[in-house]
Design a protein around this ligand. Structure first.
Ligand SMILES: [Zn+2]
Length: 92
């Protein structure tokens, strides 16, 4: 049985191998966070995708979507050591 895992970049759940990069269940990242050849995208690209996703799927305002994306990404293993600031903080 397939065990659902969290993408180590964006924190979203992956319920099948098809949701992993290149359909490979061993990849720690999801298809949205990787390029077609399975490499992790730049941090700011992942952030931009997440923001778009929250705005579209959940109807959040840009500011709220950015806040949420940032909160999620700071906790992900993929970005722990990446100090690239991708989203401006407008809220405390
Ligand atoms: Zn992801």
């Amino acid at each position: 049985m397939f065990r659902a895992k969290r993408c180590e970049s964006c924190g979203s759940m992956m319920y099948s191998a098809a949701q992993h990069a290149m359909g490979n269940a061993k990849s720690p990242y999801c298809i949205h966070c990787t390029t077609p050849d399975g490499k992790l995208k730049r941090k700011k690209e992942v952030a931009a995708d997440l923001v778009k996703h929250f705005m579209k799927a959940e109807g959040l305002a840009r500011e709220d979507a950015e806040y949420r994306a940032r909160r999620i990404m700071v906790k992900q293993p993929a970005w722990k050591k990446v100090r690239e600031a991708v989203i401006k903080t407008r809220r405390k």
